[in-house]
Design a protein around this ligand. Structure first.
Ligand SMILES: [Zn+2]
Length: 276
């Protein structure tokens, strides 16, 4: 009876449902991830979404999968992806659902961090461009692991996508995930990668970008200390730096961004802590 039930379930599920990558990472909502089945493929496929290259992986002995970052600003509905292999180009569609994001009110003593002066704005613009260029990098390597390790052990203190009001004024939503951990706690890279940017930024403070391959990029910020050099290759678990409260922060915590195809997505998806 149990065998029969199992088989009936198999028939009811789509062909790629046995994919652990789909099962764990497919959260197609604004700020989430869409796992799109590219099939067995004719040669190694590539994919692009909104004109940007997308991470493509081969699930062991199975199929090619595109791991697409869905922008937080996306509307619910159908979206398309262009896949290319030796047989030519194909347009594949996937459906984006909806997700409600909470609001958070934060009080900052430093009013300049809410309404920066003209000199600050100039600095912020330059720093934003530098960080955007890092997120747009697309290196050929396949990530060492898609299911990521937590960079620190500690409770989550602020989730991704929260709409934030600083001293009553709405600013950009939270682009990453915060962990409440003490200053000085070592931050470990959740997958192998190369250090592609280091900076001391107005909002982010001491910041490190780690490229895990094919546009899958981690960013850690507000650090008290940076322990890596530009271009350094890190093994999974390698220490990037220490937790701090540099930049626009109300106290020590670890802020972690994950980017796919130059889209910031919810890091909680990759550590099994996603909340629909
Ligand atoms: Zn944060």
């Amino acid at each position: 009876m149990r065998v029969l039930l199992f088989c009936l379930l198999c028939l009811a599920l789509p062909a790629h449902a046995d994919s652990y990558i789909s099962r764990l990472l497919n959260k197609p909502v604004p700020g989430g991830v869409a796992v799109v089945d590219l099939g067995a493929g004719n040669g190694t496929p590539t994919a692009s979404y909104q004109g940007k290259p997308v991470l493509v992986v081969h699930e062991q002995g199975q199929r090619w999968l595109a791991i697409v970052g869905v922008p937080l600003s996306s509307k619910a509905g159908s979206q398309s992806l262009v896949a290319k292999d030796a047989s030519g180009n194909r347009t594949l569609s996937f459906t984006v659902g909806s997700k409600h994001y909470a609001e958070q009110r934060i009080t900052l003593k430093n009013q300049r961090q809410v309404n920066p002066n003209p000199a600050d704005l100039k600095r912020i613009e330059k720093e934003l461009a530098e960080q955007t260029r890092a997120y747009q990098r697309f290196s050929p390597g396949t990530p060492s692991n898609l299911l990521l390790d937590k960079p620190v052990n500690g409770p989550l203190s602020s989730r991704f996508g929260v709409r934030r009001f600083f001293n009553g004024e709405e600013r950009n939503p939270h682009a990453g995930l915060d962990f409440a951990v003490a200053a000085g706690t070592p931050i470990k890279t959740p997958a192998a990668g190369k250090v592609i940017l280091i900076g001391n930024y107005f909002f982010n403070g001491n910041t490190v970008f780690v490229d895990h391959g094919q546009g899958f990029i981690s960013m850690f910020c507000h650090m008290s200390k940076i322990d890596v050099k530009l271009g350094q290759q890190l093994a999974r678990g390698g220490v990037v730096g220490k937790v701090g409260s540099t930049g626009r922060a109300t106290g020590p915590h670890m802020h972690w961004n994950i980017s796919l195809n130059d889209v910031r997505v919810d890091p909680a998806i990759f550590i099994g802590a996603f909340e629909p």
